[in-house]
Design a protein around this ligand. Structure first.
Ligand code: ADP
Ligand code: ZN
Length: 746
């Protein structure tokens, strides 16, 4: 009764070939039609195949005849093209098929983000994950009986004695102290039998009982709740909120333990892959085995092995960046999104998607529980809790004897730094005290480089990027000015390019490099370590830096947002925020929320063990609600206020938002296209289009950019409206229209 039409479609008609639709990893509107030659007759949806396309051979996946893509992504089967004119599928690759659930997920993400499905599929089929694995080596094992007539020389005797476990030729010869010819002779005579030596499974099974923590009180209760969600083995969404150091990681590992014990797979998404080294170590201590790692820097071999191990279920726990969502899980039983509030989960180029939101979709498709974890949950997640869509679990106290750090603002108007410096006397005094007591201190500034602006004191000229509306940032150690948006750089000029005055160019404002210079002068005896994404080269270097801090080889850590992550620094007692006001400018409605989340995260590095922590915020607006929230630690009230500001205008999460970015090298092409979009804006109840206006970066990589925002009531699906709207506007020559559903800044 429930016969799958897909499969009947695929049955080759007698004497002919079946038509199949193949999704290629290319920005096409949808799958293309091919025929299935008789030798591939058993091929099924999900099979990974190669097909001819023009003169090239492309890799793709046999897609379901009935996939529910939006209309423009579902070209009618090319009915008018007779089957005889279609090209045949070239080959089926020796790979596990893409599971139906993952195919549906690809369809869903494409439809939601208005992206070509082939580009979403490309994230699931990373080319180097598909390369064939090396053939298994051949080993030799002694035949049960020595063939009659074989002359047993001492050398042969030795080989046969050793060949009780399969060994490859060279190894066997070496151990027996004979030449390879002896082995070949024995094989020819039938005294040795060839067997394939299979590599050991790449990922050992994590042991849920290896080293469980002692849980009491609220920790035990919350862990029990999470385990119950895993055990009921159905879709549920839980927000796990708990102050930094309350044991959130410890506790969600208990959910992972339950998932592994039930024989299912768990996926843990981290916002930043730099965190994975510390996480992996912690996981290994808890479970006695390493998890599988997945991120864009993974080597080709590991990528191949991991992709297959996820598909065949031998990788039980995967920790990774957002792209891990597109792995071919066989038995997904739990998803954890750690630091769920992080905007790093939003992918901004290619397919723009929010990994946290798509993880919820993936969990629903897998009928698996998902747990969103944060000390400072996003307003989205809190609103979902408020509306009863998410469960809410809370941890209120730090684990053990650790108390929450004491947060104070330093009013920079009252206690200004000396001229040309950036650290106030109060802050430097506190750092001196902490270091003097043998404790560690940290300075945080969310800005790389030496100075964000270079100004000519004579003519006022500002050094600007030639490709972007952005200032060039001085990186003194590298002797360059560089654009943080497009990567353009040039040597630091000796004279002003405008007025040609020598020695008039002056760095304005601090970056971490400049703060480091100041700190070295102020604390000449302190052992200082700088942690910035451009000074730390990859996860291993980050792990090494964290290790040095833990071993107390460092007195003062100076860092950008990378230090804000979930690190556990037991000896760190003082955190100084160099510029707490930094994130507040720019007119973004989400600026306050994000600043609170970031600064609270940084503050949370202080006092995680016995010694109490102290956090000092340098600010020119100490009365700002953001500073007040950080000082009082009352985020619930702060978020309540945020909610009240966004609710009336139906701003997210109380309404839906989509951004349309028009860009072109020629300003006119961008402008005309943007205006055409404005003129054709949908006129519907509950929908409003704002703009066009110059985009926040009005010129980026040499392209002029305009932005329109479509805002809709929550109960309105914006995708069909967007599709209809965009279909009515033809971009000017050279102009491009990009859509960003649920933009993270507005
Ligand atoms: P969070 O993720 O909320 O910041 P963690 O899970 O990292 O908190 O816990 C903070 C520190 O306290 C870690 O070193 C962790 O190992 C330790 N910890 C938390 N709960 C326990 C527990 N029940 N038993 C032992 N150590 C714990
Ligand atoms: Zn630039």
């Amino acid at each position: 009764p429930d016969r799958n039409p897909i499969q009947t479609d695929l049955l080759p008609p007698p004497g002919g070939s079946a038509r199949v639709r193949v999704m290629l990893t290319l920005p096409f509107a949808g799958p293309l039609d091919y025929t299935l030659p008789p030798r591939l007759a058993g091929a099924m949806p999900g099979d990974i195949v190669t097909v001819p396309l023009g003169r090239r051979t492309e890799t793709g996946v046999i897609w379901d005849a009935t996939s529910r893509l939006p209309p423009e992504f579902t070209p009618p089967p090319q009915k008018d093209v007779p089957t005889s004119r279609l090209k045949p599928v070239a080959a089926r690759l020796d790979l596990p098929p893409l599971p139906a659930q993952l195919r549906r997920f690809v369809d869903w993400v494409a439809a939601y983000t208005l992206s070509p499905p082939g580009m979403v599929l490309a994230m699931a089929l990373r080319a180097n994950a598909l390369a064939p694995l090396p053939r298994p080596a051949t080993g030799w094992i002694a035949a049960p009986t020595v063939p009659s007539g074989l002359r047993l020389t001492p050398a042969r005797q030795k080989v046969l004695e050793l060949a009780t476990t399969a060994l490859p030729t060279a190894e066997l010869a070496r151990r027996a102290g004979v030449g390879a010819a002896v082995i070949r002779g024995l094989a020819q005579a039938g005294a040795l039998t060839a067997v394939e030596i299979l590599p050991p499974p790449p990922f050992a099974l994590p042991d849920p009982a290896h080293c469980p923590p002692q849980l009491e009180g609220e920790q035990a209760e919350v862990a029990a709740q999470l385990r119950a969600r895993v055990d009921e083995n159905g879709f549920s969404i839980t927000l796990l909120e708990g102050v930094t150091g309350s044991g959130k990681t410890e506790i969600y590992m208990e959910a992972i333990a339950a998932c592994v014990a039930a024989g299912r797979q768990a996926l843990v998404l981290l916002p930043e892959i730099a965190l994975s080294a510390q996480w992996t170590g912690r996981f290994a201590r808890r479970f006695g085995a390493e998890p599988a790692l997945w991120h864009s820097d993974l080597g080709a071999r590991l990528r191949r092995v991991t992709w297959r191990a996820v598909a065949d279920g031998t990788a039980r726990v995967v920790v990774g960046a957002r792209s891990a969502l597109f792995l071919p899980f066989d038995q997904l039983g739990l998803i954890i999104v750690d630091e769920e509030h992080e905007t790093a989960f939003k992918q901004e180029d290619g397919v723009t998607y929010h990994a946290r939101d798509m993880a919820v979709v993936r969990a629903r498709m897998s009928q698996a529980p998902i747990v969103l974890v944060s000390a400072t949950p996003s307003l989205e997640s809190l609103a979902n809790v408020g509306a009863g869509r998410y469960r809410h679990l809370k941890l209120n106290a730090r684990h053990g004897n650790a108390s929450m750090p004491d947060v104070e603002t330093l009013d920079m108007r009252a206690d200004p730094p000396e001229r040309g410096l950036f650290l106030s006397p109060m802050l430097t005094g506190a750092i001196n005290d902490a270091i003097g007591r043998g404790e560690q201190a940290m300075l945080f500034l969310n800005r790389r480089g030496y100075a964000p602006l270079t100004l000519c004191r004579t003519c006022g000229h500002r050094m600007q990027c030639p490709n972007c509306t952005a200032w060039l940032v001085e990186h003194r150690a590298r002797h360059i000015l560089t654009c943080h948006h497009c990567g353009y750089d040039e040597p630091i000029p000796q004279t002003c390019p405008k007025c040609a005055d020598a020695d008039s160019l002056t760095p304005i404002g601090p970056g971490v490099e400049r703060i480091t210079e100041e700190a070295r002068a102020t604390f000449p005896d302190a052992r200082i370590l700088v942690m910035a994404s451009d000074t730390l080269n990859g996860p291993a270097a980050t792990a090494a830096a964290v290790e040095r801090i833990a071993r107390r080889e460092i007195d003062l850590v100076i860092g950008t947002q990378i230090v804000a992550k979930g690190w556990h620094f037991p000896h760190l007692t003082l955190v100084g925020i160099v510029d707490a006001d930094l994130g507040l400018g720019g007119g973004d409605l989400r600026a306050s929320e994000r600043t609170v989340q970031l600064l609270h995260q940084v503050a949370g590095r202080a006092g995680r063990a016995e010694a109490p922590g102290r956090v000092l915020l340098q600010s020119y607006v100490p009365d700002h609600p953001v500073m007040q929230a950080l000082v009082s630690g009352d985020f619930a009230s702060f978020m309540q206020q945020e909610a009240e500001q966004r609710r009336p205008g139906f701003w997210p999460p109380y309404g839906r938002l989509a951004a349309v970015i028009v860009s072109a090298e020629a300003p006119d092409a961008a402008d005309l296209t943007a205006r055409a979009l404005g003129q054709n804006a949908p006129r519907l109840d509950g929908v409003q289009v704002l703009g066009p206006a110059p985009a926040p970066l009005a010129i980026l990589r040499g392209r002029h950019r305009f932005r329109l925002l479509l805002r809709a009531r929550r109960n309105i699906a914006v995708q069909p409206i967007m599709r209809e709207w965009l279909s009515r506007v033809k971009p000017e020559r050279g102009a491009r229209i990009d859509v960003d559903i649920d933009p993270v800044s507005f």
